[in-house]
Write a protein that binds this ligand. Structure first.
Ligand SMILES: NC(=O)c1ccc[n+]([C@@H]2O[C@H](COP(=O)([O-])OP(=O)(O)OC[C@H]3O[C@@H](n4cnc5c(N)ncnc54)[C@H](O)[C@@H]3O)[C@@H](O)[C@H]2O)c1
Length: 271
């Protein structure tokens, strides 16, 4: 039995990036705590699999194919949420696409635009759509997934992504401040390296990368998507009712040791 402070029974959550990784882990965690879910992803089959797994927990789930970098797709998704569920209590902005790596002096400016469109414009639009509904209801919790890259420079070719993640961090602060007195909380979970297929491929290509990253993670391992479950339930639930505007590191201790997203002194790894 779940403690009543963490109980999400009767609540509705929309999670983007729900087909895999952190978004899938958050979706299943919120369902286990009692929430019904709308699951958005570009990967429709993956979102449907997560929906089936949520339903197996006894909760309602609807998978939606939606490019959450595109307001023209985001708005109809929220209209569908209105007609299917009639409320939104939790929004988790998780989806994030591939990261364009390269020296800032060379990076294609279109990649900067793409990062900003996905992480800043698209997420802002999701916050706006959810925020309007939550403000009308006088209650809601928005969870933005951010990155160490939004707080500290990585210095290894991520300038476009870091710039956009800085926007996610500041969006979290601004929206939390604007909406706190009207019952809507906005927080961010700040991730260090959490294993996903993209990271796996890069580590397989150059195993020194994992060694280098682990120098900055005192717990001695990279994150796993399931590490986010408790943090997400906490921020979504009434247990966090006076918690807003925080940037909660889920980083194995990285920020505490001031290691940043990378650690100086490693071999010349640029990934
Ligand atoms: N994994 C890490 O090390 C790490 C570190 C810091 C921040 N983050 C951030 O956390 C979030 C999730 O990371 P993850 O490891 O679970 O990633 P992942 O690549 O495993 O999953 C991302 C999911 O988002 C979906 N997606 C991508 N672009 C989309 C779009 N425009 N519209 C809808 N769906 C889209 C993908 O299809 C995929 O299912 C991302 O925003 C990422 O930037 C991850």
């Amino acid at each position: 039995m779940i403690h009543e402070l963490f109980d999400l029974t009767g609540r509705v959550a929309l999670v983007s990036g729900a087909a895999q990784g952190v978004g899938r882990a958050i979706s299943l965690a919120l369902a286990e705590a009692g929430a019904d879910l709308m699951l958005a992803d570009l990967n429709e089959a993956g979102a449907q699999q997560t929906a089936a797994d949520v339903e197996a927990l006894g909760r309602r789930a609807i998978a939606v194919k939606c490019d959450v970098s595109d307001p023209a797709q985001i708005r109809p998704m929220f209209e569908r949420l209105d007609s299917e569920f009639g409320r939104i209590d939790v929004l988790a902005n998780v989806a994030g696409g591939s990261v364009a790596l390269g020296p800032p002096e060379d990076i294609d400016i279109d990649e900067v635009t793409r990062s900003l469109q996905g992480l800043v414009v698209g997420r802002f639009c999701c916050c706006q759509e959810a925020g309007r509904r939550m403000l009308a209801a006088g209650k809601g919790s928005i969870i933005n997934i951010a990155s160490l890259a939004g707080l500290t420079a990585l210095g290894r070719g991520h300038a476009a992504y870091s710039t956009a993640m800085g926007g996610v961090v500041q969006m979290t602060r601004e929206l939390s401040t604007e909406w706190a007195s009207r019952g809507v909380r906005v927080n961010a979970i700040v991730l260090a390296q959490v294993m996903n297929p993209g990271l796996r491929a890069r580590i397989d290509k150059d195993p020194r990368m994992e060694t280098q990253w682990l120098r900055g993670i005192p717990t001695g391992r990279l994150g796993e998507p399931d590490d986010v479950r408790g943090v997400a339930i906490f921020l979504a639930s009434d247990a966090a009712r006076w918690v807003t505007g925080i940037l909660l590191p889920m980083d194995g201790g990285n920020l505490a040791m001031n290691a940043g997203g990378s650690y100086p002194g490693g071999p010349g790894i640029t990934g």
